[in-house]
Design a protein around this ligand. Sequence first.
Ligand SMILES: Cc1cc2nc3c(=O)[nH]c(=O)nc-3n(C[C@H](O)[C@H](O)[C@H](O)COP(=O)(O)OP(=O)(O)OC[C@H]3O[C@@H](n4cnc5c(N)ncnc54)[C@H](O)[C@@H]3O)c2cc1C
Ligand code: SF4
Ligand code: SF4
Length: 642
Amino acid sequence: MNEVNLTFRRYKDDDDAHVRWNQDVIQSGESDLCPTYIHRTPPCQGSCPSGHDVRGWLSIVRGLDKPPEGMRWEEYAFQRMTEANPFPAIMGRVCPAPCQDGCNRNEVENHVGINSVEQYIGDWARENNLTFPKPEKETGKKVAIVGGGPAGLAAAYFLRRRGHSCTIFESYNTVGGMMCFGIPGYRIPRDVLDHEVNRILDMGGIEVKTNTRVGTDVTIEQLEKEYDAIFWGVGATSGKALPITGAEAPNCVDGMAFLRAFNEGRLQHLSGRILVIGGGDTAMDVAAVARRIGHISQIHEKDRPENVILGQTVHDVVSAARRKGADVWLVYRRPISKAPATKHELEAIISEGVEIHESLAPLEVVLGEDGRAKALKVVPVDWSSGKMVVKEGEEFEIECSMIVGATGQKGDYTGIEEMDNGKGLIDTNRSYQVKSKPGHFVGGDAVKPHLLTTAIGHAAIAVKSMDSHLNSKEIPDIPKVNVHHFSLLQELQDHSMGPEDYDHEQIWGTNESNFAVHNYEDRSPSEIISCDKLFLGHFEHEPINLRQEVKITSEEVLSNFKERFLGLTEEKAVAEANRCMSCGMCFECNNCVLYCPQTAVFRVKKDKHVMGRYVDTDYNKCVGCYICRDVCPTGYIHMGLL
Ligand SMILES: Cc1cc2nc3c(=O)[nH]c(=O)nc-3n(C[C@H](O)[C@H](O)[C@H](O)COP(=O)(O)OP(=O)(O)OC[C@H]3O[C@@H](n4cnc5c(N)ncnc54)[C@H](O)[C@@H]3O)c2cc1C
Ligand code: SF4
Ligand code: SF4
């Protein structure tokens, strides 16, 4: 975080020499370039894998972009948000928010708290029972969706928005995928999950077939025969076995199976020291759950945790009453600062009492006489040269009762082998069509395990491509910046101010005509606005409005399944949205109007005013002095009009 305010000076001494004479055509203090208004994509949006119109919904929250009459701003923001992603309350809670890493406000003091505002809107929508509209007309096309995780559910949602119906085939007994059997309930509360899933299913036209596995219960040929297209959202739900000898021991399990047993309520406690191997999200969740469920020192053979994880038995709740804090170690091959897990989750497990043992490479699972793992043999490694250098001769053993490997995932392609690219994933092109399989589309972890928002972003693009396929049209090229863009034309039309129809007759002097949006260029599909195009000195330091977080210590963690993030209040959500610098879009600060020495820049009349159309320039008065461009904090003004 920057501790000092930025200077309000845009230029340093002697910066006034013009180096681009061909662009800045200065003659006697005048140039022949005048301001034009350029809409670009902000980096928050460019970094959000589902391409959220973040700046757009923050503008609604802060009251700049007004809802249509009779609608609450929260509902308007919810509508804008869910154009890109139908799970705002879930995203607001567990998305690691790459948008915030990309946010230009990081250059001032700290990013905008984007996902806390997202959570606020998501929770408001749930409390107020907002629904998704049903499609205006049905197309009669039917799509088979294989897998009811976030990718499959999002595909169903985007298909319904276009009037296509679908059937979700889900091998598990409920839809939700990792949101239900991977990520623990204290991170995604199950009432929040159920609500956001049901809101999609309530759109109608979505048939759900649970306990139905494609490849076992249904064949690909059947789907091809009965449906107009197929979307593969099968995820990567199987954990990879540790690639070392002894890893076949019964008490050496994978993180996916561990979390599934916990989420199904079968696994109630552990016993002895647990070693978690890995540094990703799965490793964090396993370690955090292990600390929460604790351990019991004396257990019956049948109650051994591995028997429960492997599905041979179920813990009873009575024995859980004897739980104590579990001894949980996280063993990671690299320095822990390089772990891919969300930083926040890593900090949480450390404060909850998980011991971190970094730069240790597992060598072998040491087996006892009973064939069970009794220790993990590791060797310290040095990464200072950038490569892993083993410290020969320093090997040692870490005693343990159970090893949980969380070092990667892959899909199960039994019966659907033709989809497997050999690495447990499905090959795709940029439009999310399955390579060499017309009519087949794919998204989510089946392409590459990543995040919920990524799976949803894939589904949105795949459905766009599918829509062309279903309408026998060519699948369009993917734009460079492929996100859900704000459309000034749409905004004008929504407020009944859209341009008139163009009669295609030749006319002269078009500046007074109303069949076009004047002096405006939409570069959002091709350009992301970087912080050097903004006037950052305009922005004062304002601390981020953080959500209240319940910090759980190692003494409090046992049996603690409470949510950690408490949502923002309305007042704080609005204050946070106000921190947004509106990169690449006018936010009505009036600087250009106030500073223009020619009074050439003016506010448009109220009946012509919408978001993005607040100021205009009288080109008869403009002398091309650049002042409006220099004082525009958002980089919306470009000197370009000749
Ligand atoms: C432990 C863990 C924690 C995570 N934490 C986060 C987090 O905090 N934030 C975040 O953004 N992301 C997180 N992720 C990543 C995120 O969960 C995934 O990226 C996301 O769930 C992928 O969605 P998906 O729909 O592609 O796959 P999945 O969620 O895996 O869903 C696939 C679905 O397909 C079904 N299926 C599979 N094969 C078949 C078949 N042949 N027939 C029928 N159905 C089938 C499965 O049962 C499953 O329901 C985490 C992942 C894990 C494992
Ligand atoms: S889904 Fe994630 S990346 Fe996208 S806006 Fe929300 S928090 Fe940011
Ligand atoms: S300041 Fe606002 S528009 Fe700019 S990157 Fe951050 S959230 Fe996006």
